[in-house]
Write a protein that binds this ligand. Structure first.
Ligand code: PEP
Ligand code: MG
Length: 326
């Protein structure tokens, strides 16, 4: 298998019928970087910047943040990298940071963009480090756990101020800055057109989106596997996001665990995703599936599942049958 994956690495990322699908990897620390070349990923679709904060004993200094981001961009060597601003809070606690009160529902709590907008010093330091590290190139920034459009507006305002500040002091700025939002909170599903207008890209965080849509704690073993993301309701939600992105010309990608399982990746491609981000180890198996996949045929097979008003067919069984037949 390893032999096969190595060989696949050199092949273009095309389906059997020639549809291009970018397979990106998720990363978060310098130790992940060699996997970029090893896996043949098209880039880093999700850089979980909070990991540097989680392995540290105190808040990483601005210099340390900038140094890591430089290292990441250097390793990427021109391939796109999407940096997520720190997603701390919830299950990602920093032992040295006690900002809020004790929370009964941390997943629904003071976390991610909510926390960093309330502690703008944290966000400002990180944004500045990113802007400096990406000087002269493209910077792709992504906001976690966005619930309403106003959060994006506020973050953009803060980013603009940092850009102006650095410009005033003659720093080399990124040639292009793209701001994206993670779609993880269901409320965004009902503001899709507005969302697509205010961001440069959207990335679905399927781990959290599925957790919140089904009201199912993603870490609770008693419930794992009970509800299936490869099912009509979840796939329809994702299709709505893709359709809104297409209407606005805003790229939509997905970076949760779903992307890393061949059968789920197949479902995602079947409903229209053309870029997905997964753990580096998953790229080989997913690419092995992709090169054998007749995408147009799969699109036709999966269409009845997506049609609202139709019966909620067993999507997983349909996909399994399709995979066996091909
Ligand atoms: C997600 O929620 O799907 C995601 C990619 O973010 P994380 O797993 O880090 O919460
Ligand atoms: Mg998440």
């Amino acid at each position: 298998r390893q032999e096969l994956y190595r060989e696949l690495r050199e092949r273009p990322s095309l389906s059997k019928d020639g549809v291009r699908v970018d397979l990106m990897m998720n990363a978060g620390l310098a130790v992940d970087l060699p996997q970029l070349a090893d896996s043949g990923a098209a880039g880093i679709g999700l850089f979980r910047s909070e990991l540097q904060f989680m392995v540290a004993a105190t808040f990483p200094r601005a210099e340390a943040q900038e140094a890591l981001y430089r290292q990441v961009l250097e390793a990427a060597d021109g391939k796109p990298v999407t940096f997520r601003t720190i997603d701390i809070g919830g299950d990602k606690v920093l032992p040295y940071f006690r900002g809020g009160e004790k929370e009964e529902n941390p997943a629904l709590g003071w976390r991610a963009i909510r926390l960093t907008l309330d502690r703008p010093g944290l966000l400002r330091t990180q944004v500045r480090a990113l802007l400096k590290a990406a000087g002269g190139g493209e910077l792709r920034l992504m906001l976690p756990m966005v619930t309403e459009i106003g959060e994006i507006t506020k973050a953009r305002h803060l980013i603009d101020r940092e850009v102006n500040h650095l410009a005033r002091f003659g720093h080399l700025l990124p040639t292009r800055l793209k701001l994206g939002a993670m779609l993880e909170v269901p409320s965004l599903l009902f503001q899709l057109d507005e969302l697509m207008r205010v961001v440069d890209f959207v990335s679905v965080g399927s781990n959290d989106l599925f957790q919140f849509l089904t009201a199912t704690d993603r870490g609770n073993g008693m419930l794992s596997g009970r509800f299936d993301p490869i099912s009509a309701p979840f796939l329809r939600a994702l299709k709505h996001v893709l359709d809104a992105g297409a209407r606005a010309g805003t790229p939509v990608t997905l970076c949760g665990e779903l992307a890393g399982r061949p059968i789920s990746a197949m479902a995602l491609i079947g409903i229209g995703f053309r870029s997905i981000s997964m753990s580096a180890a998953a790229i080989g198996p997913v690419k092995a599936m992709l090169v054998e996949l007749p995408v147009r045929e799969l699109e036709r097979a999966i269409a009845p599942v997506l049609a609202d008003g139709g019966a909620s067919r067993d999507a997983r069984a349909l996909l399994r049958d399709f995979a066996t037949a091909h």
